[in-house]
Design a protein around this ligand. Structure first.
Ligand SMILES: [Zn+2]
Length: 192
């Protein structure tokens, strides 16, 4: 079988028993099963690929946005901020629906804020909960944006004691440590 590229497979409509990939490239995710190294679809649906967990899944059609699509507002937890350039997010909620398996989203520094960013950690920190928009799905990667007043950190934790920070004006405050931290704060900060 001539294997399709990742981009060709994302969103492809498949039937039960149809080959979607092989275990050398992906882990079998929900809606799939594996036999002798090949991954097949268990259901009628469309292919979803998460390149960061290297998982291929099949999403049921017409059952609500269980998988993030372009334009969705998602919530996730920041897992890493790499090289002052890229933010990794574990997406756990799409719209109002909590996912039973999180997806990895990435945010490039240029999509964190319209401001010039010198230190990305003053905008987001690992552990923060963020509200973001899915702007594209390329090569199985969910690319997110925090630009816009409704998007950004919705809950932040003190980097010294771990307590939930409270909003005070344009900054976040830790009552325990009596100190302030900076973030790219969403308008509805605290309403998680
Ligand atoms: Zn603290």
């Amino acid at each position: 079988m001539l294997r399709k590229t990742v981009n060709e497979r994302v969103g492809q409509f498949v039937l039960p028993g149809q080959t979607v990939g092989v275990v050398e490239e992906f882990n079998p995710g929900i809606g799939t099963f594996e036999v002798n190294g090949s991954i097949y679809s268990k259901i009628i649906g469309t292919i979803v690929i998460d390149m960061y967990t290297r998982t291929i899944s099949v999403a049921r059609r017409g059952k609500g946005p269980i998988f993030p699509i372009r334009g969705n507002i998602v919530e996730g937890q920041v897992t890493a901020v790499l090289q002052n350039k890229i933010v990794f997010v574990n997406i756990y909620k799409v719209g109002k629906i909590y996912l039973n398996r999180p997806f990895t989203g990435i945010i490039y520094i240029s999509r964190v804020s319209r401001e010039y960013i010198k230190n990305l950690l003053k905008y987001v920190k690992p552990g923060d909960l963020v509200k973001a928009k899915v702007i594209s799905i390329k090569n199985g990667a969910f690319q997110l944006s925090l630009i816009g007043e409704k998007l950004g950190v919705i809950r932040g934790y003190c980097s010294q004691c771990g307590q939930t920070l409270v909003r005070r004006g344009k900054k976040l405050y830790c009552p325990t440590c009596n100190r302030y931290e900076e973030r790219k704060i969403a308008v509805d900060y605290g309403e998680v």
